[in-house]
Design a protein around this ligand. Sequence first.
Ligand SMILES: [Ca+2]
Ligand SMILES: [Ca+2]
Length: 249
Amino acid sequence: MRLSIVLVILTINLLFLANLLGFIPDATKSSLELRKSLSESLALQFSVSAAKGEFQTIQSTLRAVVERNDDIRSAAIRSNDGKDYPFALRHNLIEQIKSINKKFPDYQSFKSASIFDIFGTNELKGADRLQANMMASVLLINNGNSTFTVQELPVEAQFSPVYAILAHDFDDDGDQDIALGGNLYNVKPEVGRYDASYGVFLENQGGLKFAAQKEGKGFKVKGEIRDMVLDGKTVIVARNRDSLALFKF
Ligand SMILES: [Ca+2]
Ligand SMILES: [Ca+2]
C-alpha cells in the first residue's frame, strides 16, 4: 500500500473557491466559453501543483493570468446565513473594479452587500461556481484499484497550514510515521497570520491510524517551516527567514 498526502490549506482553498467571473454585460458566448476552458485548464494545473506542494506557483500563475486579462475577475466568496459575501474588502475590490466605488461609496453601504448585490445577478449568470468541500489536511490512501480512501489527519495537524511533510519510521517500530511543519505569516491583516503550529509528529499506531504526540517526542520548532529532509538519523528543518533546526532521533 502506498501513501500520499494532500495538502489542503486555506490560501489554496480560496484559490479553488475563487470563481473566474465574467463581468462584461455584453459578453458573447464564445468569450464565456473561452473563460470556462481557461478556468478548467487552470484548475487542472493547480491541482497538480497543489499535490506537489507548489503553492507559490499557484499564486503567481493566478496573479499573472488575472493581471494580463482585463475581462477576467476572480472573486473568492464565503457563505453565511445562506448569502454569499466577497472575501475581499471594499478597498481591495475597488483597486480592481473602480465602478464599485460609485455603487458603494462607503464601508457602511458595503458591509452587508452580497456578491450578487455587488456584481448583479445578470452579470454573474455566466460565472462558473466552484466549491471546496473539505478544508482539512488529509491522508489519501491508495487502495490500488484506482480509488483512494480519504482520512482526515488528527486535529493537531489542522491548527495551521502544512507546507512540509516527512514520512519515515522515526521510532523504528516498522511503520511509517509522519512529521509535519507549516505556518504562514505573510497574509493580509484581516485574515491574521497562521502561526499555531510548532511542528507535528504523527505516530503510526498501526493500521494507518495516526496520533499526534503531545510533546512531539522532542520535535518542537517555531516559525514558518518550508522543508524537512533526512540526513541519516537527523531531521533538518528549513524555515523562512530563520536558521536551520536539527533534530536527532
Ligand atoms: Ca513508526
Ligand atoms: Ca508505530
